[in-house]
Design a protein. Structure first.
Length: 325
């Protein structure tokens, strides 16, 4: 804590900074206030080499503070930078950034926004921990750092004092979570209202991911898959699919897994979910009607499937995505 009793937040930025992510931290933490309107946080931006820091836009940011401010921080947040998205450039500043993070005192809270998680991972700070990042980068994070338990379906994670968040706007969810943890729901809700954002978003980032199945062409299951898509609202059986493929049920199941990576039942459920998402986004059909049209049968069954896969109800999904695109 500072001499004024403020929780000290330090934001460690790098060249290629995404300005929105820096703005998120300053906006949310500096507007958090106590019962008498008193400030609760101080926020300081720092960089390995003080001075003009480039962004991924047409303007720069002048950062006066170097890594020395990290030594007094209670919370350190690492936003994303453009280098995170180019494998051959990633780690270009690994040495200075790792040296900067070495100044963070034991017990300080560490957090990343979006692909800032790659910085924490490179410094060995996510080993053995659950973490996330932007859904487009989760597979790469997992491949580079198999010691990390990468969760691609959530908006943020917290594991023993180290927090990570998904894509850019999930940084808002992460910061509100930290404020809520520090000072309670009332303070966090007031910050959210002042910023005109929801205090808590339902579900995870799975609902924001386009999930088409890469369909193989000219394969032994093509006729079966075409039949299934044409009869999505009907009770399609394995025997129906096997008949269309001119194969036994056992052979069809084996070929389906080889060619699509899924069992016939998994593939069919996935197709029904994707069609339900499209209808929720583009039509005003009631949930029960959509469930019947895509083959879930009942609205209850479709609601359960949405909860299991996307973490939200069909109604919440429609409210979020109606008219988007």
């Amino acid at each position: 804590m500072s001499s004024e009793g403020l929780h000290r937040v330090a934001v460690l930025v790098r060249p290629g900074l995404l300005p929105m992510e820096l703005g998120i931290v300053h906006r949310l933490f500096t507007t958090a206030a106590g019962p008498a309107g008193e400030r609760l946080y101080s926020v300081t931006t720092c960089t390995p080499v003080p001075g003009e820091v480039t962004t991924d836009t047409d303007f720069t940011v002048n950062v006066a503070h170097g890594p020395e401010v990290l030594a007094d921080a209670d919370t350190v947040i690492v936003p994303a930078a453009s280098e995170d998205y180019v494998p051959q450039e990633r780690g270009r500043l690994a040495g200075p950034v790792r040296e900067a993070l070495a100044r963070v005192p034991a017990g300080a809270r560490l957090a990343s926004i979006c692909t800032g998680s790659f910085v924490l991972a490179a410094a060995g700070l996510l080993a053995g921990r659950r973490a996330t990042t932007h859904w487009k980068s989760c597979d790469e994070l997992r491949a580079l750092y198999p010691e990390i338990d990468v969760d691609p379906g959530v908006l943020y994670t917290e594991d023993r004092g180290v927090l990570t968040s998904a894509g850019v706007a999930a940084g808002i969810d992460l910061c509100l979570h930290m404020i809520r943890s520090d000072h309670g729901a009332d303070v966090a809700n007031t910050v959210a209202r002042g910023t005109v954002v929801p205090p808590h978003r339902e579900g995870g980032q799975a609902q924001y991911i386009e999930q088409p199945v890469r369909e193989p062409h000219d394969t032994s299951t093509a006729a079966a898959r075409t039949y299934a898509l044409r009869h999505l609202g009907d009770p399609v059986t394995l025997s129906d699919l096997a008949r269309e493929a001119s194969a036994s049920v056992r052979t069809l199941s084996r070929k389906f897994r080889q060619e699509t990576g899924m069992t016939p039942a998994q593939w069919l459920a996935h197709q029904r979910l994707q069609q339900a998402r499209r209808l929720l986004e583009r039509t005003d059909e009631p949930v029960d009607r959509i469930a019947a049209l895509v083959g879930f049968g009942t609205g209850t069954a479709m609601r359960q499937h949405f909860r299991d896969v996307l973490g939200v109800s069909p109604r919440a999904y429609r409210n979020t995505f109606r008219g988007v695109g």
